[in-house]
Design a protein around this ligand. Structure first.
Ligand code: BGC
Length: 375
């Protein structure tokens, strides 16, 4: 394992290297980025840490750009997105880079029962609820941004107050997502939320990565390692059956590095149409735990993902249609992958899964770290 990555992994556990490295990191903004169709101003912030630059937009507390160097130092923008707000508001946007909430992934039939009362949410992905809803889910609303300096690097914090009943969910929820970029190419994403009534909360980031550069073809040659020995199998509607199965002997076995394309065809005849699976992150002594690592062989760009959550959804852009994105580049079928750290899908209806219910007085807190290196 490269020594830099060892440092980063131990930094994630021990909080040491990152603190020392934070001094050269910078944050700028907000810069105007247009307005929503309702006329609300949209702004962007730019974080610079080491050789990595990250741009963030207050609509959906969204990552709009990640410029990361290849092994020769040449930067490329490695996340899917659009050049303007209208692009993000269009049908072509499949949750590119956004914060997903209140509950990411699917809820069966859009229904759940809590404290004896049944709740009906929007069915926006027949026959299920997907990624928090309909019209005012966390990815679509405009958050309040502020710049911060933290011990680990400069940061932008986005805050949003979601009123009781929004998208059918109970409770007034106050949520923040803080993006911190250290001088070592480690982007920390920290979510916090509080509620005044028991309610489900499961937040993630939905960046689509192509480590060769967004819009530069498929990701089939990317090599993936998942620090996961099991996964949650799903039914024909992509709802977990409730079982936890081993990955061994299946195309989901990424316990040693494998090309995405090597076995993906075996999944195209299944309801997931490719990789679209929640992996159970291997237990670790210290959190955030390493969950996944992806390397693009030509550029040498590598993404390592750490999380405090029990699951990570690996999705290979099976519903991308070639829609034009930034600079008009087409985002083709299998042209990107997502690694969404989260609690398991449909947890609110699955008594054997770790709970996603947050109660008044509790603070929901989760962290994901995306580490960008080149080797
Ligand atoms: C889900 C996919 C879904 C996609 C939408 C992913 O998180 O796993 O099934 O189509 O989001 O963008």
């Amino acid at each position: 394992m490269p020594s830099r990555l060892v440092c980063l992994i131990s930094a994630v556990s021990l909080g040491s290297c990152l603190m020392n490295a934070a001094s050269a990191a910078e944050v700028s903004g907000p810069q105007p980025f247009g307005q929503t169709y309702e006329g609300t101003p949209v702004e962007r912030y730019t974080l610079t840490g080491g050789k990595v630059t990250v741009r963030l937009m207050n609509r959906g507390a969204t990552i709009t750009e990640v410029l990361a160097p290849d092994r020769a130092g040449a930067p490329a923008d490695i996340v899917l997105g659009f050049d303007d707000v209208a692009g993000y508001e269009s049908e072509a946007n499949q949750y590119f880079g956004c914060t997903v909430g209140r509950v990411c992934n699917r809820i069966a039939g859009g229904k759940f029962t809590l404290d004896g009362r049944q709740y009906q949410l929007a069915v926006n992905n027949e026959p299920n609820h997907l990624h928090g809803g309909g019209k005012r889910s966390f990815d679509k609303v405009v958050w309040q941004g502020e710049k911060l300096v933290t011990p680990r690097g400069t940061a932008v914090r986005f805050s949003y107050a979601s009123p009781d009943g929004e998208e059918g969910y109970p409770g007034n929820v106050k949520a923040t997502v803080t993006y911190i970029l250290g001088d070592d190419g480690a982007l920390w994403i920290e979510w916090e939320a509080m509620t005044d009534r028991p309610t489900p909360i499961n937040l993630t980031n939905h960046s689509y990565f192509n480590l060769a550069g967004a819009g530069s073809g498929t990701v089939l040659d990317h090599e993936v390692t998942m620090y996961a020995d099991s996964y949650t199998p799903v039914d024909t509607n992509l709802i977990p059956t409730g079982k936890i199965d081993p990955v061994a002997g299946t195309p989901l076995d990424f316990t040693s590095p494998k090309r995405i394309g090597e076995r993906i065809e075996q999944l195209t005849k299944t309801p997931t149409l490719g990789y679209d699976h929640n992996f159970v992150v291997r237990k670790a002594d210290k959190l955030p735990a390493a969950a996944a690592r992806v390397r693009e062989p030509k550029s040498g760009r590598t993404l390592t993902v750490f999380t405090t959550q029990p699951g990570i959804q690996f999705y290979t852009g099976n519903f991308l249609t070639g829609q034009p994105g930034k600079g008009g580049k087409p985002y083709i079928y299998r042209g990107a992958f997502c690694l969404e750290t989260q609690h398991f899908p449909d947890s609110v209806n699955q008594p054997t899964f770790p709970t996603v219910i947050v109660k008044p007085g509790e603070v929901y807190k989760q962290t994901c770290v995306y580490v960008f290196t080149a080797e």
